[in-house]
Design a protein around this ligand. Sequence first.
Ligand SMILES: *Cc1c(COP(=O)(O)O)cnc(C)c1O
Length: 380
Amino acid sequence: MAADHGGPADGPTGGAVRYSPLADQFANVDEVFDALRALVRSGDFTLGRVVGTFEARFAEVAGTRHAIGVGSGTDAVKIALRAVGVGHGDEVITCANTFWATCGAIAELGARSVFVDCDDSFCIDPARIAGAITPRTRAIVPVHLTGDVADMPAIMAVAEQHGLAVVEDACQSLLGEVDGRRAGSIGAAAAFSMHPLKIINVWGDAGVVVTNDNAVDRQCRLLRNHGLVNRDEMALLGYNSRLDSVQAVVGNWMLDQVHDIVARRIDNAAYLDARLSSVPGLRLPRRNPRTRNVHLFYIFFAERRDALVQHCLAHGVEAKIHYPIPIYRQPALSHLGYRAGDFPVTDRHADSVVSLPVDQHLSRDQLDRMVEVVTDFYAR
Ligand SMILES: *Cc1c(COP(=O)(O)O)cnc(C)c1O
């Protein structure tokens, strides 16, 4: 999603179906500006009342005892991993198809990403984790990619057997569930992002760590604020990664809507499923009855994928690919020694997936237009 940042739809026909809903989402924000004016007058800019309110409300949404606001989703992964004991020289198992930030956060701690292939849910294949464990393995980071949720019960069982910590990268799955339990509430800690292209978005960068563990909570609060116990005492070397109060104001406004946003995404995906499931040439991912998939994007497998994407763009439907080159094959990680072909499911996805928007601001006409454009392509 790194290449997706902001920007209006810009297909050759003007973008009848844009990818990003941000212009609609923030079309009427007088309430936010009123709250911002109050914040500015209060001067309460660092970890003040508005951040505390946001954290309490976010914990309720995530289904956890604690939520700690931080500077970004990337920092949330990093701070959560460090709080559970990951450090220099440790290995951290994660998924070969994840978004860049998971591995960036692992590397910032001096730890090493060890990849495991995904399955057709786009999440880590739990059956392959044990084979990647070495004496240096310290933690597992399952990534709830695309809005679906990894098989946490199976992952927790492997982790317990081997004494490993689990930090969920839940940046793409706020309010997702597996077996009725919320994404982010199952591992030792979890990371969420409020980047403009996530389920809830702020006006820049922000992230949240959640945990049920009081000691992890305490550690994260120290880590995000220079390790300060109070104004004069520093318990450890931390970071400056506080949730910005301005973003907390926007975050509170978004939390009012989060249940509706997710319900709309799920409804839209069900509508697209019903209309696209019988189109020859494309295959929908299996819908897992154990999970609540919040559909950060509407992703499916397509024959002649690149031609389909071009067709969509040419007809004003802003299709995207998440992600055409999997992270394990990126030059930035060549030092890890992986080679093309090491993760065949990830590779197959990279060659065949397409994403369409499925957000809360799409009209029925826009959904129908996407179906029509995709159906026309395979009818030719
Ligand atoms: C977006 C994302 C992140 C990082 O979040 P930022 O807020 O952009 O730093 C981490 N992991 C995954 C899976 C993401 O999608």
